[in-house]
Every structure is written in C-alpha cells, then in structure tokens.
Design a protein around this ligand. Sequence first.
Ligand code: 13P
Length: 247
Amino acid sequence: MAKRPLLVGNWKMHGDGGDLPTVIAIGEAARRHPAVDVALCLPATLIERAGRVCLGLAIGGQDCHAEPNGAHTGDISAAMLREAGASLVLLGHSERRHDHHENDVLIAAKLRAARAAGLDVMLCVGETAEDHAAGRSAEVVRQQLTRSLAGMGGQGIAIAYEPVWAIGGDRTPDPAEVAAMAGLIRDTVSGVRIVYGGSVTPDNGAALFVDGGVDGFLVGRQSLDAEAFIAILKSIDLATRQISSPS
Ligand code: 13P
C-alpha cells in the first residue's frame, strides 16, 4: 500500500521572527492538503514561536546531541527540542557530516537519543560527487544506512536520500536513479518512508515524485519561499491522487 506522502522543509541557518508569516502561510496550505504530512525543520530559535502560531504542520529541529544534557556548550538535546515543541529532528544531514565531521557511529547515538526522547527522525544519507562518479553510490548509501541505524527498526524513522552533489545547486539525479536508490533503501530498511532531497523545485517536483518512486521530499532553499514550497506541496497532492485513481 502506498505510504502517506511527506514533505519536509529544511530552513538550515535561515530565518528569524520576521519569517513567521512564511511558516503560517505554509501551515495554512498544509491544512488545505491534509493527505500530505508537512513539516518544517527550523533553526532552534524559531521552534517554540513557530509552534505557537502554526498548527497545520509539524515542527522539527535540524540536529540534536546524543546525550540528554551535560557540559556541551552550544549543543541542544533531543528532549530540549521536544520541550520547545518539535516532533521530529533531521539527523545525518550532509552539511553536518561534512562541516562537523559527523560519522555514522555518532549519528546512530543521536538517533537512539532522539527516539528515546519521543522525536521522529528523518535520517539523511547520500553519496558525494566523487563517490557518484566512481559508481559507489549504492555501496555508500547502504553503509550509511546500516551503520547509522545500527539495528534500530524503522519505527518513527524516515529516510532522506540527498546526494551531496545535488544539494544547493541546480543539478538533480534522473528520476530513474532516484527510483533505484529508493529501491535499495526499501530493501535495506523495511517500512520507512523515503524522501528525496537536493534542488527540488516546483518545476522538477512532480517528475521526481512520480518517476523517482519516493514518498516525498526534503526541500532546502525552496522551503524558504512559501509560494514555491506550497507549489511543491500541491504537486505532490495532485500526483498522489492521480496515482491512487488513474483515469
Ligand atoms: P536544496 O533544496 O537547497 O538543494 O537543499 C537540499 C537540502 O539539503 C535539504 O536538506
């Protein structure tokens, strides 16, 4: 059976109180498209305020520490995110893996902490341009999955396939490549929702969703623009209806 579609925005290190109208507009659109689960992963400083103004979508964090508390200056625990109103957290994003040298062992510890605190997790995996060129994408993604999940089942977990080379630019994989990777992820972890991330726009969204065989998207830049993000939401909702009742 097809899974409920899932659309998640990752604001990265963008946004302040002046952007709450964008959150509200996206929340209102999410209420108009109840067949799609919508979430925004916001900077930690915005989580509580966003939760207060907006009921139509889930609010998430972008990372958490593996420990519940302690002498970790500048970090935030899963329980703190939860208390601020987050219901999910991104883990293993390539910007954390590369800029902060996070490895799969650390990501696995964070994942256990997040689940223990009652947060859903969107675990991000994806190969670098170098691995892609060398034909190692499947090997890299399989390894990231098995090491980061470290025996955890799929309960409360979604997987985001984000090829590093497709993030923040204008290149995306062919939908067939996305479909092959979605198949690999499904064979490795059963029962999870799989989303694609990397330069998703209103123009390429429908093809990546339908022909890429994914359950939705993790969207960066275009989630900062309510109009663009809502257009992606609409295209997922429409495509889901067309798939479930072909004419
Ligand atoms: P862009 O959509 O800006 O390419 O970012 C993708 C991403 O990294 C989402 O987590």
